[in-house]
Design a protein around this ligand. Structure first.
Ligand SMILES: [Zn+2]
Length: 500
């Protein structure tokens, strides 16, 4: 996520913009082919869901079955995520009418029980549910706050795979968190876009809404023929298979594991540009009102992916891109494989914002946090990517940026970078800038050679996994052969300016 707020950040971003605007003038070396067209053609027909297995157990065994927990123990979000199972796949079948803003949906979740389950929870704050089935049989359910509590007809034995189907309809609402802002399902003038960090997924689909439980996703989105649908990953079976009553269905798939907060669907009037970068499709889309930024978004995405692949190692997903829409949320988000930029503000035309969100594809999306307190592993890394990009493209050196920020006083040092508290999760000073400063202090201590081996090693060793800060400290110590506890302790777990 990135939000430009302070006048200082706005200035820096303006400087970065002009810097890169000069650098991205297309050249013959830019192999990223451009073809722009409407993509109502990216459609598909019906599919069948995964096979289900009926699970029953002897009555004597069922007595030992217990409920899964209502959270996974993240102190910042005690109700987020659920215990007792592990999701493998979400198949989201969504039908949306931009005029009435009504969504009617069926979510089919394939999961494996990790304990003998008598009942289990999903996180869901979306519209009215009219049916819940487990393994094809009607299941009892209740709703309590964000918990959807499901009791299957028979217990689910540990290790068994099961499917949950939840059907619901109504008008989904964004979640407005005082500290974190607007997230979840966001209606736009001509459709809707979803941005769910940190816990907005539950506003539009029933989920095990924790970054620890990644899963693959299929999206079947039915929408009027005059709007375009995009999602994470790639469109499947292109070509209009059927138009029924003015609606078409489009299928997109994210085949690499994804945290629920990174799931994204964008519905609306979009112009789509398709190209290829580093051997993967580059699919960018923009609201026609943002036409001036379209080529810029596409080319800068390609340029950033090429540069980041050199510095961070192989790009972790099977496609890339970006979506610029007028959302009014004033932030951009690293939705997996294809970030979303709020073009209603300055975001979509800012090269460093694009570099930031695409750096998250390695750090945040592929290498995900287990607990939200470690958010600096996402934001500190993405911010440091901006510093490195400037350094290697004729702008300020990272050292100069570090030295400028090191002069800051007072509040800037108040919140602990490594455990900021929920309300400070996206604190620009403590998490973004001081997270980047932590990496720069590390770079100075272990030297450029080791540091620039550490970044791709971190991305490679934890590809599509989840991590803790301690994992990063361990790898940095292993590669450098140095004891780094003092450095990380001072930069992450103490308020106040660390000594140099
Ligand atoms: Zn970010």
């Amino acid at each position: 996520m990135l939000r430009r707020r302070s006048p200082l950040a706005a200035l820096a971003s303006a400087a970065g913009f002009s810097l890169l605007a000069a650098a991205v003038i297309p050249t013959a070396a830019d192999a990223d082919a451009l073809t722009t067209r409407q993509t109502t053609a990216l459609t598909t027909g019906l599919t069948t869901g995964p096979a289900t297995a009926l699970i029953t157990g002897p009555a004597s065994a069922r007595a030992t079955f217990t409920p899964g927990s209502a959270g996974v123990g993240d102190p910042y979000f005690p109700k987020a995520g659920n215990g007792g199972y592990d999701v493998g796949h979400y198949d989201l079948n969504l039908r949306f009418d931009p005029k009435s803003r009504r969504l009617s949906a069926t979510a089919t979740i394939t999961a494996a029980a990790t304990q003998d389950l008598s009942r289990f929870d999903l996180d869901f704050s979306g519209p009215k549910i009219h049916k819940v089935e487990v393994n094809g049989r009607k299941a009892a359910y209740t709703r309590k706050g964000q918990e959807l509590i499901i009791t299957p007809k028979s217990g689910l034995p540990s290790g068994a795979t099961f499917t949950v189907e939840v059907s619901y309809a109504g008008k989904p609402k964004a979640i407005n968190d005082e500290a974190l802002g607007l997230e979840g399902w966001i209606n736009t003038k001509d459709g809707a876009v979803v941005l769910s960090e940190p816990d907005g997924a539950r506003s539009w689909f029933p989920a095990n809404d924790t970054p620890r439980d990644k899963a693959t996703f299929t999206f079947h989105v039915t929408a009027p023929v005059n709007v375009t649908v995009l999602a994470n990953g790639e469109p499947k079976n292109p070509g209009i298979v059927g138009v029924r009553n003015g609606y078409t269905t489009v299928k997109w798939e994210m085949t690499q594991p994804m945290a629920t907060y990174l799931a994204m669907v964008a519905i609306g009037k979009f112009k789509v540009t398709e190209g290829v970068v580093n051997g993967v499709p580059n699919i960018t889309a923009y609201d026609p009102a943002l036409a001036k930024q379209a080529k810029y978004l596409h080319r800068t995405t390609a340029k950033a992916i090429k540069w980041e692949s050199k510095v961070f190692g192989a790009y972790p997903f099977s496609s890339t891109g970006g979506i610029a829409d007028k959302l009014g949320v004033a932030y951009s988000l690293e939705t997996q494989g294809r970030p979303v930029y709020d073009g209603g503000s300055e975001m979509a035309g800012d090269d460093l914002v694009i570099v930031h969100e695409l750096a998250h594809q390695w750090f945040g999306d592929s290498v995900g946090v287990r607990s939200w307190k470690d958010i600096w592993l996402n934001e500190g890394f993405a911010t440091y990517a901006e510093w490195l990009y400037e350094e290697q493209h004729g702008g300020s050196s990272a050292q100069k940026t570090f030295a400028r920020d090191y002069k800051q006083k007072g509040r800037f040092w108040k919140v602990k970078t490594g455990d900021p508290g929920k309300a400070e999760l996206f604190n620009g000073d403590a998490i973004y800038t001081r997270g980047a400063m932590t990496l720069h202090a590390l770079r100075k201590k272990i030297g450029d050679e080791t540091f620039f081996k550490l970044l791709p090693a971190w991305a490679e060793e934890n590809r599509h996994g989840t991590v803790t800060t301690q994992d990063f400290v361990d790898l940095a110590e292993k590669l450098s052969g140095q004891d780094l506890d003092g450095l990380f302790d001072a930069w992450l777990y103490h308020a106040g300016k660390p000594a140099l």
